[in-house]
Design a protein around this ligand. Structure first.
Ligand SMILES: Cc1cc2nc3c(=O)[nH]c(=O)nc-3n(C[C@H](O)[C@H](O)[C@H](O)COP(=O)(O)OP(=O)(O)OC[C@H]3O[C@@H](n4cnc5c(N)ncnc54)[C@H](O)[C@@H]3O)c2cc1C
Length: 373
């Protein structure tokens, strides 16, 4: 139990990639901090699991095993922050290229399928053996466990001249911690939805922050795991664009060494029609994969769906639409002048470049750390 008088230099709200990276950098520099994460796990939108070989029973994660991603899967050549971090964490040998050999498919809204189309493949993108969660797992191992807390929901922050006071709930107990800086390493919409700020933001500032769309928050991602990579053996890459659905975009999600064979897809059905229909959507997704790749697709070992639109730690009422294009999201001021610039918007949505992406989460963190130190 913390005492009211507890004080750190920096309080980080959110234990996704951005917040964990900020914690890691402050740890390296000897700056005192506490990272507070609402969920029972760290990683935020990063969510990888190992195959369980039984229907949805054990959703475990061991970074040493092959894994599939229900959140982000890709990063790209030229994304300097993420490539440097992977290198620094000693994970470069786990990076591999997204598979692209074989024909891609296009399915029109009547279900007519065209084979061998171009422009659909994600070949050239990078993935991680062990899933993207391997990066956040490695970061957590580098940070002192006393400085990061999960299952802790921040409910209020108050600027008090001499410090910022932050209240959070851990299980049923209310805790308060004071800090000089507060780093908001979470989407602005989620922050405004879950935290009471005192002093409050003006209506104009709240509107500006709520206009910042949270990348991928309105999406649901489906993964089917198979005993064999049968689509590849039949000359297909696994890449599909479909106007019939329910999966609008499908790609290979297999691990690099063949321990895990999988396809994944983004669901095209809008959130309002998805709620409480996960089993039905999984059945329809398997029927679609069978239509496209033949009978072997009808027998997955496992199927998983993660609907981010109904996860309040990622999505709000403003995020119920599937964004068709990447938003530009420029938060002009990432510090709040009413808070003496000690309240800092960080997290991917606040990045100058690559906002919404993993790279953006790190870019925002790098800028925040240099501002603080
Ligand atoms: C399905 C999907 C696919 C994606 N694909 C890609 C991809 O292929 N490549 C790519 O680059 N990007 C992709 N993205 C985007 C990528 O996941 C994000 O850019 C990145 O993970 C954002 O990290 P972050 O730390 O900024 O935010 P988040 O990961 O959202 O972390 C914010 C954290 O704050 C916590 N939090 C929220 N409220 C509170 C509170 N009140 N108190 C305490 N903690 C709180 C949350 O639980 C969360 O852990 C994808 C996202 C999704 C959902």
């Amino acid at each position: 139990m913390r005492k009211d008088s507890d004080q750190v230099e920096v309080l980080i709200i959110g234990g996704g990639l951005s917040g964990l990276h900020t914690a890691y950098e402050l740890h390296k520099r000897g700056v005192s901090f506490l990272l507070v994460e609402a969920r029972d796990r760290f990683g935020g939108r990063i969510l990888s699991y190992n195959a369980s070989n039984s229907q949805n029973k054990h959703m475990n994660y061991d970074a040493g095993l092959a894994a599939f991603d229900l959140g982000p899967s890709w990063f790209w050549p030229g994304q300097s922050h993420i490539l440097a971090l992977i290198n620094e964490l000693g994970l470069s040998a786990d990076v591999f290229m997204q598979a692209g050999e074989g024909d891609a498919l296009y399915e029109d809204n009547q279900g007519k399928v065209q084979r061998g189309i171009t422009g659909v493949s994600m070949a050239g993108a990078y993935r991680m053996q062990g899933g993207i969660r391997k990066i956040t797992t490695a970061l957590i191992q580098k940070i002192s466990s006393k400085s990061i807390v999960n299952n802790a929901v921040v409910t209020e922050i108050e600027y008090k001249q001499e410090c910022i006071s932050c209240t959070f709930l851990v299980n049923d107990s209310v805790e308060v911690i004071n800090s000089k800086y507060v780093v908001l390493a979470l989407p602005p919409r989620v922050a405004l939805d879950s935290i009471q700020f005192s002093p409050q933001f003006s209506q104009a500032r709240s509107d500006e922050l709520n206009a910042v769309a949270t990348w991928m928050a309105g999406h649901a991602k489906f993964v089917a795991i198979y005993a064999e990579r049968f689509w590849n053996n039949a000359g297909f890459s696994g890449d599909v664009i479909s106007h019939r659905g329910p999966l609008q975009e499908i790609h290979d999600a297999s691990s690099s060494h063949g321990e895990l064979n999988a396809l994944f897809g983004f669901v095209s059905v809008q959130a309002q029609h998805r709620q409480h229909r996960e089993d039905e959507l999984c059945d329809l997704a398997i029927a679609q994969l069978t239509r496209l790749f033949g009978e072997p697709a009808s027998q997955p070992l496992e199927r998983h769906i993660k609907d981010w639109a109904f996860d309040a730690r990622t999505s709000t009422k403003y995020d119920q639409e599937i964004l068709r294009f990447h938003p530009s999201n420029d938060i002009v001021n990432v510090t709040e002048s009413l808070w003496n610039d000690q309240l800092i918007w960080s997290g991917s949505e606040s990045a100058d470049n690559s906002n919404g992406f993993l790279e953006g989460a790190l870019a925002a963190s790098v800028k925040t750390v240099s501002r603080i130190t």
